[in-house]
Ligand binder design. Structure first.
Ligand code: B12
Length: 431
């Protein structure tokens, strides 16, 4: 009887170890996974078109492994190319709060002296942090006036975080607007809740809380932080994801920043590792938000970075180019376009299986059947901005919403791959 009980206990313990991600056994394979994600990020610096990505820089700097030469080369690119891009937005009075904040976080993660970075507007040169502060004032006034930021609450949170980790006291009115928005659940992504925004707001407000400068309504700040934490925990799916595959990294970062124990995030960590192994995170921007979380870090840790005694062992071995033969199998894609007036048009195109939605749209455009489109670049890649001559503009709070057979896509036109016959809906939507 006793033997039977012991055998059962051993089996149960074994099963529990399996379910909890086999802590001892997977340590080495986890390290290998971090290294491979880290290398993919490093490779993205070379292959990337468009602007150098401050979020990628941030993730590289927060990692346990480094290639210091490549990171410093990238820092220089940020200081030139990204800097010039932000400068021209500021000169044209366009809101650049999200990029300014990410730039700040990237520079800070490299322990760069932020006071030496300046932008010139109307012949007046002021520091990066002064500009970020001013942009946040404009965003705050816009909320007071029209109940939403000029950009969105994700960028607003990034702004608060950027100032706070740089040791700047965040104006009480600015943080109060974020507290109120969290309280009233104003964090939306299109029509659904934006877990990414709850996470970013959580990190920003936690930083404000830690700085201890928010004495005026500490109670409200604490209530907002608990609300955000609850929201994140309640959005945990049975498979461990918080929100979706792409918000889980930021959500885990936020939970860690808000004092959750690593064990509380174990299922979410495991979900991300499974995703990473099945190549869900092929977009560098996605990896940049996931990798810090997998290494149990959050953007808040930038605050106390010293950049001393860093590892410098990360090397990129050359990879043999793999020749991908185009698939012979074709699938049929029906594209439904619903314009702002509600009129719908349908088109059909045959596409080799495995091609991206972007390639499918290009093939369709080439058929000259009246379908046209245009895109804009962003840190996540190409954003569909115009269809059949109709623009879905941010200034009108509109965008082209993408869905496949009635389900919203969780990736954009470049990353979503066509694997089977389906109907893709592109709908001009208010957000
Ligand atoms: C705000 C937001 C939006 C807003 C952007 C406009 C606005 N001013 O608010 C709206 C509601 C329009 C939007 C739309 C979509 N979004 Co969105 N969005 C975000 C969010 C919360 C913040 C982006 C941001 O401001 N970043 C900060 C600034 C500094 O960076 P940026 O690159 O310059 O920001 C611009 C781009 O990110 C762009 N953008 C926003 N979403 C997407 C999605 C894709 C695929 C691309 C290429 C660009 C893009 O708009 C931003 C503002 O101009 C992120 C969350 C996150 N984790 O990043 C999700 C996020 C980027 N979005 C996502 C998705 C899936 C979409 C949609 C494809 C949803 C759909 N089914 O239609 C569409 C895009 C369709 C298209 N036309 O190409 C995913 C992308 C995942 C992935 N692997 O690609 C994210 C990560 C959310 C998530 N966890 O699922 N989004």
């Amino acid at each position: 009887m006793r033997l039977y009980r012991m055998v059962s206990l051993v089996i149960i313990a074994g099963l529990l170890a399996l379910a909890s991600g086999k802590p001892c056994e997977t340590q080495t394979s986890n390290n290998e996974l971090f290294l491979s994600l880290n290398k993919n990020l490093l490779r993205s610096l070379e292959t990337r078109e468009g602007l150098p990505n401050p979020s990628v820089h941030l993730a590289l700097r927060l990692s346990d492994y480094h290639n210091l030469a490549k990171e410093s080369e990238h820092l220089n690119k940020l200081k030139n190319d990204l800097h010039n891009d932000i400068q021209s937005s500021l000169s044209n009075s366009q809101s650049a709060v999200g990029l300014l904040a990410l730039y700040t976080l990237a520079l800070k993660s490299s322990c760069y002296d932020l006071n030496t970075i300046t932008f010139t507007v109307s012949e007046k040169s002021e520091t990066l942090l002064t500009h970020l502060k001013k942009q946040m004032e404009l965003e705050k006034e816009h909320i007071a006036f029209s109940h939403r930021p000029l950009t969105n609450y994700y960028q607003y949170s990034l702004g608060v975080l950027g100032l706070c980790v740089s040791g700047i006291r965040v104006n009480n009115h600015v943080s109060n607007k974020l507290i109120k928005a969290a309280e009233h659940e104003h964090f939306k992504h299109g029509e659904t809740e934006s877990i990414d925004t709850y996470a970013m707001a959580g990190m920003a407000l936690q930083c404000v809380n830690d700085a201890g400068s928010h004495v005026q309504n500490a109670a409200e700040l604490n209530t907002a932080l608990s609300k955000i934490k609850q929201k994140l925990l309640a959005s945990r799916r049975t498979d461990g994801h918080i929100g979706n595959e792409f918000s889980t990294g930021l959500a885990v970062q936020a939970l860690l920043a808000m004092g959750s124990h690593v064990a509380e995030c174990a299922a979410s960590m495991e979900a991300m590792r499974t995703d990473a192994r099945s190549n869900t995170y092929h977009n560098a921007m996605a990896i940049s938000q996931i990798l810090p979380a997998l290494q149990q870090k959050s953007y808040l840790t930038i605050k106390n970075r010293e950049c001393l005694n860093e590892d410098d062992t990360l090397v990129l071995e050359p990879i043999d180019p793999v020749e991908v033969l185009p698939s012979q199998t074709k699938v049929s894609v029906t594209v439904e376009v619903v314009t702002s007036s509600g009129t719908a048009a349908h088109y059909t195109v045959d596409v080799p299986k495995g091609r991206s939605l972007l390639e499918a749209l290009e093939l369709l455009k080439g058929k000259n059947v009246g379908f046209t489109f245009d895109k804009e670049t962003s840190l996540w890649g190409p954003f569909l901005s115009m269809v059949n001559g109709e623009q879905a503009r941010q200034s009108d709070r509109r965008y082209w919403h993408l869905s496949s057979d009635g389900t919203a896509l969780t990736e954009g036109i470049n990353d979503f791959k066509i694997e089977a016959t389906q109907t893709i809906s592109i709908k001009n939507t208010v957000y």
